[in-house]
Design a protein around this ligand. Structure first.
Ligand SMILES: NC(=O)c1ccc[n+]([C@@H]2O[C@H](COP(=O)([O-])OP(=O)(O)OC[C@H]3O[C@@H](n4cnc5c(N)ncnc54)[C@H](OP(=O)(O)O)[C@@H]3O)[C@@H](O)[C@H]2O)c1
Length: 291
């Protein structure tokens, strides 16, 4: 049986949707803190085993992992110290419950010392997984293309795409596509020890993305750069993101500006047999309501 944590989260849902589309509801167990959500009830009605699982409660994790062969542990949005502890708890519970293979969504270029969540969460988690003796697959995700459309209505209304990252090119990939590839890795007989870096097969500058938005949505959009150091204050004021969380994004923005994410791979194609959707295809699916 396979397991997906964080069932009610956006990435969790994307993975679960792909597993259900493959007709594998009966082989799927999901972990969530809220087994009574509408989505959790829908899953249970489709034959999915819905289990209470909280990274902060090791006993719940051990219970939720009973009978599981392969488990995907999706990191949370807590502070970085808590996130690392949660990941370690999940790994210990996996070992105790006899899970054979763990799958972990990490971040592209996880070795980058500038990127705080990589340095403090993803890289140490990868190291703990490699040292655990468990079978494993690491999925290093490029920046979600979805981060570009959180404020799409405003972008199109004002004609201004406000972001940090300077003029550098950066790798992206759509969250829904990552749901498909993670589901593939979970459902198939995946050898242990692979690290995939999942990206679209070309990179994009912010100027290019603004131009693509103009073409796809039929409205003029230009890029307005915010300095990396000012980005936390911008997202705090604009979107209410807690300053502690937004502050930890400065290093990521500096790394993007420095071109650290100007790299692509064909790993997504290797997993799924087809390339990840391009930025244009992603934006078109947003426009058509099929993202
Ligand atoms: N590459 C990128 O650009 C990028 C962008 C955004 C996010 N991410 C990564 O993707 C992860 C998930 O993102 P998302 O957008 O899916 O986030 P999300 O929608 O906020 O989902 C996170 C889920 O984590 C679960 N969770 C929270 N606290 C938990 C706990 N104590 N124990 C067990 N589960 C807990 C929750 O599921 P339940 O409610 O079902 O318990 C929650 O819905 C992030 O943490 C981050 O690592 C990457």
């Amino acid at each position: 049986m396979i397991f997906v944590s964080g069932a009610n989260g956006q990435f969790g849902r994307a993975v679960i949707k792909s597993i259900l589309a493959a007709g594998q509801a009966g082989s799927l167990a999901v972990g969530t803190r809220n087994v009574d959500s509408d989505f959790a009830r829908e899953l249970a009605a489709q034959g999915v085993s819905v289990r209470h699982a909280d990274f902060g409660d090791p006993a719940s994790m051990r219970g939720a992992l009973q009978g599981i062969a392969k488990a995907l542990f999706i990191p949370t949005y807590d502070t970085n110290d808590v996130r690392l502890r949660q990941n370690t708890t999940a790994l210990e519970a996996a070992r105790a419950a006899g899970v054979r293979h763990v799958v972990y969504p990490s971040f592209l270029n996880a070795e980058s010392p500038q990127v705080e969540h990589s340095r403090l969460v993803h890289l140490p988690t990868e190291q703990a997984i490699r040292a655990s003796g468990l079978g494993f697959t690491i999925l290093r995700h490029a920046l979600y293309a979805d981060v570009l459309i959180g404020d799409l209505e405003e972008t199109l209304a004002t004609g201004v795409l406000t972001r940090a990252g300077g003029e550098a090119r950066c790798a992206y990939v759509a969250r829904a596509d990552l749901g498909i590839s993670a589901a593939q890795v979970l459902m198939r007989d995946e050898p242990s020890g692979r690290t995939y870096s999942e990206t679209m097969e070309r990179t994009y500058s912010m100027g290019e993305i603004a131009a693509l938005m103009s073409e796809v949505f039929g409205k003029p959009v230009r890029y307005q750069a915010v300095a990396a150091a000012d980005w936390p204050y911008y997202v705090n004021k604009k979107w209410g993101m807690p300053l502690e969380l937004s502050m930890s994004m400065v290093g990521t923005m500096l790394a993007i500006e420095a071109g650290e994410f100007d790299r692509v791979t064909a790993d997504y194609r290797e997993i799924t047999g087809r390339p990840a959707r391009t930025m244009r295809e992603f934006l078109e699916s947003v426009r058509d309501g099929s993202a």
